[in-house]
Design a protein around this ligand. Structure first.
Ligand SMILES: NC(=O)C1=CN([C@@H]2O[C@H](COP(=O)(O)OP(=O)(O)OC[C@H]3O[C@@H](n4cnc5c(N)ncnc54)[C@H](O)[C@@H]3O)[C@@H](O)[C@H]2O)C=CC1
Ligand SMILES: O=P(O)(O)OC[C@H]1O[C@](O)(CO)[C@@H](O)[C@@H]1O
Length: 379
């Protein structure tokens, strides 16, 4: 069995590639990082080490890689032969890889009539659906019909903290022990793949919202508030009483929305929140704030981890999401000079002021109570 995985980065090697290899797939990574691609082809294996007391280590074997900049034709061949395609490249890159995926799938339809699932493993709602849209933009109406018969893009939620790696062994990845990979079974075409560690569910929405509005909201708040407090790592941020208080208060707000919307058991949900807060404070993980804060414009988007739960707070509850607004204000102030989105965000603020920036970046309307609440926090 062959799995073609786009993105041999932290989550690609440290999570998706590792589970797929354990499930018996040969994993063919596709990446633009020549050093990583060459090393993967040279060694054909890499180490995954658990960031925990016992530093348990496993070796992921039977892997290879293609440099999509140098050998795009090879990528098309791999897609034509694949039993599964997955991605972990970042939401902004999905549009870029969609051309190769479209062409690979076209090649496949010329060769064989075998169904294929393409699963985007990104921190976003509807990642695979978005990738499908981008792929379909490149097709004729007849090709779209043909693709509908053969290919599916089930959405997924992936959760494992894999910080940026600074190991001497460039392929080795240090990962937290916890992981969760949930896939929308209702959209799978053909046989449901057997991958230990993947949970297939009929309705993904509660899972992805629970994950995005808890792990990712909490992490983002720790990062943006921690940055404003002059701190360097998530661990430092979580040790700061003010940041910790804000993270917990925010997760109480998102938790209240989730419990109301999905009828979750509130005690169980609080246990989930506590587990996540303890993951953020894992002493074996050195997670720098700029990694977790990266891409503030994306993270401030209307359907992402900060604005979406804040909007839903008004929909499902009484009162206002005061703490989410504090976190959003910290995100709007994020000015890390090595983050291109932070630079763009700050130039928008300079040019248009906060109100217009919030409306444009967060997709909110002037006069919306959430806009007013955020502005209050910024003053
Ligand atoms: N690191 C983590 O803990 C988690 C990350 N994610 C999600 O996984 C995705 C990837 O994140 P990370 O692995 O942390 O990032 P990363 O930066 O470590 O990995 C991304 C990889 O994609 C590659 N890439 C960039 N452009 C490409 C292209 N055009 N074609 C093929 N490969 C390309 C990069 O060279 C890099 O190796 C993101 O959507 C992130 O939100 C989800 C859960 C956990
Ligand atoms: O990968 P993104 O969306 O930029 O955000 C970083 C987030 O991803 C994670 O790496 C994994 O969920 C978290 O550590 C963090 O909340």
């Amino acid at each position: 069995m062959l799995a073609v995985h786009f993105g041999a980065g932290n989550i690609g090697r440290g999570f998706i590639g590792s589970l797929l290899s354990d499930a018996g797939y040969q994993v063919c990574f596709v990446d633009v990082n020549a050093e990583i691609v060459d090393l993967l082809n040279e060694k054909q294996e890499y180490r995954v080490v658990l960031a925990a007391e016992n530093s348990e280590e496993t070796t992921v074997r039977n892997v290879k890689a293609i440099n999509s900049l140098q050998n795009p034709e090879e990528v098309l061949e791999a897609i034509a032969a694949a039993d599964l395609v997955t991605t972990a490249v970042g939401p902004n890159i999905l549009g870029i890889i969609s051309e190769l995926i479209a062409n690979g799938l076209k090649k496949r339809t010329e060769r064989r009539n075998q169904p294929l699932n393409i699963i985007a493993c990104e921190n976003m709602i509807g990642g695979s659906s978005f990738l499908k849209e981008k792929v379909y933009e490149k097709l004729s109406d007849a090709e779209k019909k043909q693709f509908d018969q053969c290919f599916a893009f089930p959405n997924a939620a992936v959760d494992r903290i894999v910080p940026n790696q600074t190991n001497e062994d460039k392929l080795m990845v240090s990962v937290e022990p916890f992981y969760e990979w949930v896939v929308d079974r209702s959209k799978i075409i053909g046989e449901v793949p057997t991958i230990e560690g993947v949970t297939f569910v009929e309705d993904l929405t509660p899972f992805i919202e629970r994950k995005l509005f808890t792990v990712n909201t909490g992490h983002a708040i720790a990062a943006y508030a921690g940055y404003q407090a002059g701190l360097e790592t998530i661990k430092d941020a979580m040790e700061d009483p003010d940041v910790l208080r804000l993270v917990r208060a925010t997760l109480t707000e998102t938790g209240a929305v989730l419990v109301k919307k999905y009828n979750f058991d509130s005690t169980e949900h609080m246990n989930y929140v506590n587990k996540i807060v303890s993951r953020f404070t894992n002493p074996h993980i050195n997670d720098e704030i700029p990694r977790v804060a990266r891409g503030p414009i994306r993270k401030l988007g209307p359907n992402d981890r900060l604005i979406s739960p804040a909007k839903q707070y008004y929909q499902y509850l009484e009162g206002q999401p005061e703490n989410l607004a504090k976190g959003i204000a910290a995100a709007l102030r994020y000015d890390y000079p090595e983050d291109q989105e932070a630079i763009t965000l700050q130039s928008k603020v300079k040019e248009m002021g906060y109100e217009e920036t919030i409306c444009k970046v967060c997709g909110l309307q002037e006069g919306d109570p959430l806009v007013e609440l955020i502005i209050r926090e910024l003053n």
